[in-house]
Design a protein around this ligand. Sequence first.
Ligand code: ADQ
Length: 596
Amino acid sequence: MPEPWPWLTLGAITLLGTLVTLGLVRWMILRPLARTVDWIRRLRAGERTDPVILPKGDLFAPLAHEVSRLAHYWLAARAAAEEEARLRHAGESRWTPERLKEQARSVLQGRALLVVANREPYLHQRQGRQLQCVVPASGLVTAIEPILRACGGTWVAHGSGEADRETADAQGRLRVPPDEPAYTLRRVWLTPEEEGGYYYGFSNEGLWPLCHIAHTRPIFRADDWTHYAAVNQRFADAALDEIAETRDPYLLIQDYHFALLPRLIKEKRPDARIALFWHIPWPNPEAFGICPWARELLHGMLGADLLGFHTQFHCNNFLETVDRTLECRIDHELFAINRAGHTAWVKPFPISVAWDAEAPAADPAKTLGRKAAALAQLGVSAEWLGVGVDRVDYTKGIAERFRAIERFFEKYPARHGTFTFLQLGAPSRTLIKRYHDLGQELEAEADRINRRFQTRAWKPIVFQHRHHSHHDILPCYRAADVCLVTSLHDGMNLVAKEFVAARADERGVLVLSQFAGASRDLPDALLVNPYDLDQVAEAIHYALTMDPAEQRERMVRMRTAVQERNVYRWAAELLTALSRLRTGPEPAPVPVEGRG
Ligand code: ADQ
């Protein structure tokens, strides 16, 4: 008879093993599966619920991660569909990223789309040993990206990030956005001399002051022009390379950096539909005429099928400038310019900002708390808060704004100690002396005015001379009683519209320069001439004492305007107008028998 012990031991071990295995299966497989199934069921039932997060190293963690991502996209798609349905039901015609995507798809019908802009939508920087992908704060990226995300395509831009080369292939290409690749970014490499001549020189010391009437003399150097023309050719080569395998591609070219590009591309690819959008003002013919290369610039631009500006006034100036400078046939009724058999159509497209349809209506009572927190953070004690947000640029009228605030305190001594103005100023183009000096000038001007009026607990102006994220800027917009936009000249000015979009509490007053394109879209702002310091000072006083009902009425009307004409509508209208143009040679007139 064998001893019973070994059998008993074996039996016990087997039982224990089975129990442990069952426990493990239950703990590691069945439990997470049951949680995931329950979560998916609740999602399907329309409950908003947090995703299942499994501990690192868990067998199902990668699966749960992927399912969570899938659910995230599904939720976003459902929210968009619900929003679309809601808008259709309400008979509204609000533009959303989803609606833009649909429109872009139906316009393009599978044809290639190419965007050319100096600024890239993603740039790579080094942070210690790590590479960091940065999305520059830019209205252009907000406007154009949804189209490329929806339809694919290519964005050609100057590769300006310090780690850009390491993250692109030999042709300078990479797929973006990094976490959800949808389109190609093609980076064009420039030498420091090329960048100096094309970007800092001709574009920003020449064309920028030429197009803005801000009393800063443009500087035109022959070397800069040579670089400008050569870099335009470099971008044209890259664009032609990208559309080589396609038929009837669409090109959206952005801004004054690329005036020569439309012609360079059209000559090689007459089948391409080309739009050039000019983001800055167009001056009158006399002002533009001082540019030694005025004819070349206009000839280059007229290679486009569609030329877009922010306002009708800029379109009028452009037509008149062409009329006085080049030999061509102009249809003043249709805003069409025919030069050597090719027609370019000129049209206004007022750019705007994104509109967050999800943002809940804010409680005005909370605005007071926000303002108190903002003032405490600035270390001042005051009753009212004003805000200004700009790139430090002489066209933005920041020095004039500071002097108008000084005038306000001269005129209204009772307001000393009660109003503080916060100026966020992002350093910009600092390699150009005029811009470098302006930063210092503004700091000195703020100090001078502060010394005149400040007390121990209060000062009139807080100037924060650095870049801020949109996350930092938003609370300032929301806390302010008044926002000052006093550009001496501005194509549109997105800050004015950002301020309005941020005021879900329907409070706050916008003081806006009559020389900014935005003044056409926002007549309910307090419109001022920024050179008239007394008028701006009075506008500040009026804003701070405005009856809350009037404040609300004005803000509600401005919010409706920005919501209806948001940036998605801008992009959709540009693309749709381009698709509807008749391109190619003009049709011959109907022949009449017997007439030669
Ligand atoms: P910009 O002259 O750059 O654009 P603007 O329209 O005012 O001017 O837009 C500036 C953007 O930069 C805004 O989104 C703003 O929030 C951001 N910004 C400003 N100050 C900042 C700071 N301190 N830190 C971080 N971000 C800051 C050109 C034309 C305009 C035209 C736009 C779009 O000159 O007239 O409206 O293009 O076409």
